[in-house]
Design a protein around this ligand. Structure first.
Ligand code: PEP
Ligand code: MG
Length: 582
């Protein structure tokens, strides 16, 4: 038996075979080579092989889908594309270099076209580039995850690798690198996969071996002894029983012993998570990371495609309140078709609302889709990575422009609330003035910690320094809640800290209105809330910090979104406090 230690991300026991998930190394040789004819021959044979693959795929799918692969095969016959690659090779570059440069130039050309259809072809060319590189580098992509349920062991995973995984084949996840605040860790938590990161010593020769991932003890046992198999199988059964017991909390209010009510909402990534929201009895959605709609798409999703996704979530969860955050792409969430370019410090770079405000048409497509979807449920729109008041005002202006356009087109819309993420120290420190612009704040504690403590949330080396309970972060959270309440702006927490059971009582004491967590954390968190008694704090000072009993809650505030509101559905309660107590 071998034991490898790591850092636990999600508690649990996974029992099964290990599959080493090895991403291809596509480090391209930038040096010139002398065998020009040889490179051209490699390129040609890769081209023919990819063409065969595409034709074979066309034969396996429906007639409609077959068109995509047939078109791919035809693209590989395109003289301009082939000639541009051959030009690089005739200058002495490798076939891999020629493919990267030639295909990326073609993709860029498509992406800049006016016509939406041609713009979408950009992603097809990128797909083909990847397939060509797979062949040139000799990667068998089919076998990356294997065909049977397994504990996946990877060097590291990007969010886009993670979303592509076949969940039905995943028992647990172990990475050699990784950080606990990365989006991959967040995805693992939301899927509740037993997960370890920084399991540096696990070796590739564990592939196919029987193992038990015991993240309670932050380790994985490879070829474990029988006593461990018995012990940990029993523990796994206990976990399942405890999970079953939590079901008793379904339908019960999320209220402290002394009557303080908090909303427990879920964080989701798209329509596929509707079921998890319902199964875990979330009272709403506090963060729909809309960028996953983009990450899951091969092309820049059209207004109609986005509308369909948002409508599905709003309709599927009505009358629950659903906060959809506008696209927070950039930093670790990169998308080929966005052509964002490389940056020295991507977390401090061109991301989220900064991209949206600089690419107005891109932003308007999403806002129009959201407004159209608002007719089908109870929507809050939230802008990420805000640092200044003018950004919020500009977002609202563009939103307004979209409303006017849709009104003129006779499209139905519902009433919406507008909010922002407080995830930069700048926003937290300017919370008083930002609160005047919006209906709600949602504290993004993942980025707030990263930017307050200057700790790259992606860095595996900083795990020791990354103190999620850092007093500076907790102080900014508390002060943001207080600032919001001074302006009748309700305040939630949607970062990972919201699910931290050791902070639940503090957050409630500070008067947080909503906690938005991964669906699996809803019921355990409800259990925590119901065990808290805040009455002890009320006697400490003449003016208690906690909110009064529900009946004495502040008046329903006026929704601060600008201009004439579209029709309000009769049954829709006004504002957050309206929903809370209405
Ligand atoms: C956060 O920063 O806390 C947050 C919720 O957003 P994300 O994790 O998607 O950056
Ligand atoms: Mg964030």
């Amino acid at each position: 038996m071998q034991t490898f230690k790591g850092i636990k991300i999600v508690n649990g026991i996974a029992i099964g075979k290990i599959k080493i998930y090895k991403l291809p190394d596509y480090t391209i040789n930038e040096e010139l080579v002398s065998d020009i004819a040889g490179e051209i021959e490699r390129f040609e044979s890769a081209r023919v092989k990819v063409q065969e693959q595409q034709n074979a795929l066309a034969g396996k799918v429906s007639k409609e889908e077959a068109g995509i692969f047939e078109a791919h095969a035809m693209m590989l016959d395109d003289d301009d594309l082939i000639d541009s690659c051959k030009e690089y090779m005739s200058e002495g570059h490798t076939a891999e270099y020629a493919v990267r440069e030639g295909f990326e130039a073609a993709a860029k050309m498509f992406s800049e076209m006016e016509d939406e259809y041609f713009r979408a072809r950009s992603a097809d060319v990128i797909d083909l580039k990847n397939s060509m590189l797979d062949v040139l580098f000799g990667t068998d992509t089919e076998s990356l995850q294997g065909k049977e349920p397994s504990i996946l062991v990877a060097e590291d995973m990007t969010p886009s690798d993670t979303v592509k995984l076949d969940k039905s084949l995943l028992l647990g996840l172990v990475t050699r690198q990784g950080s606990s605040n990365s989006h991959t860790a967040i995805l693992a938590r939301s899927m509740n996969w037993p997960t370890l990161i920084q399991c540096h010593d696990i070796t590739d020769d564990c592939d196919g071996k029987f193992a038990i991932l015991d993240s309670y003890n932050s380790c994985i046992y490879v070829e474990p002894e029988q006593y461990l198999i018995d012990e940990l199988s029993a523990k796994q059964a206990e976990d399942r029983a405890r999970e079953a017991k939590l079901q008793e909390l379904k339908g019960k209010p999320s209220v402290t012993k002394d009557g303080y009510k908090v909303k427990l909402y879920a964080n989701i990534g798209g329509p596929k998570d509707i079921q998890a929201v319902l199964e875990n009895d979330a009272e709403g959605v506090g963060l729909f990371r809309s960028e996953f709609v983009y990450l899951n798409s091969k092309t820049d999703p059209t207004e109609d495609e986005q509308f369909a996704a948002y409508k599905k979530v709003l309709e599927g969860l009505a009358p629950r309140f659903v906060i959809i955050r506008t696209c927070d792409i950039g930093a670790d969430k990169t998308i080929d078709y966005m052509h964002l370019g490389k940056e020295e410090n991507p977390a401090l770079g061109f991301r989220a609302v900064r991209i949206c405000l600089n690419r107005r048409d891109f932003f308007k497509r999403q806002l129009r889709a959201l407004l159209r979807a608002s007719a089908f449920g109870n929507l809050g729109i939230m802008f990420p990575m805000i640092i200044s008041r003018w950004e919020v005002q500009e977002c609202k202006e563009i939103l307004n422009e979209c409303k006017q356009e849709l009104k003129a087109e006779g499209k139905a819309m519902g009433e919406i609330e507008i909010g922002i993420m407080i995830e930069t120290p700048a926003a937290a420190l300017c919370a008083d003035e930002l609160a005047e612009e919006v209906d709600f704040f949602s504290l993004g504690t993942n980025d707030l910690t990263q930017y307050t403590c200057a700790i790259d949330r992606q860095s595996a080396n900083l795990e020791r320094f990354a103190d999620t309970h850092h007093p500076a972060v907790l102080r900014l959270i508390r002060e943001t809640i207080e600032a919001g309440h001074r302006h009748n702006t309700w305040v939630g927490i949607c970062g990972e800290l919201g699910a931290d059971p050791t902070l639940t009582e503090e957050f409630l004491k500070w008067g947080v209105d909503e906690l938005s967590v991964n669906p699996k954390s809803i019921l355990p968190l409800r259990g925590n809330v119901r065990n808290v008694d805040l009455s002890k704090y009320k006697t400490e000072s003449p003016k208690p910090e906690v909110k009064a009993e529900p009946e004495a809650k502040p008046e329903v505030k006026e929704v601060k979104s600008e201009e004439a509101k579209p029709e309000v559905k009769a049954e829709k309660p006004k504002g957050f406090f309206g929903r809370l107590f209405g």
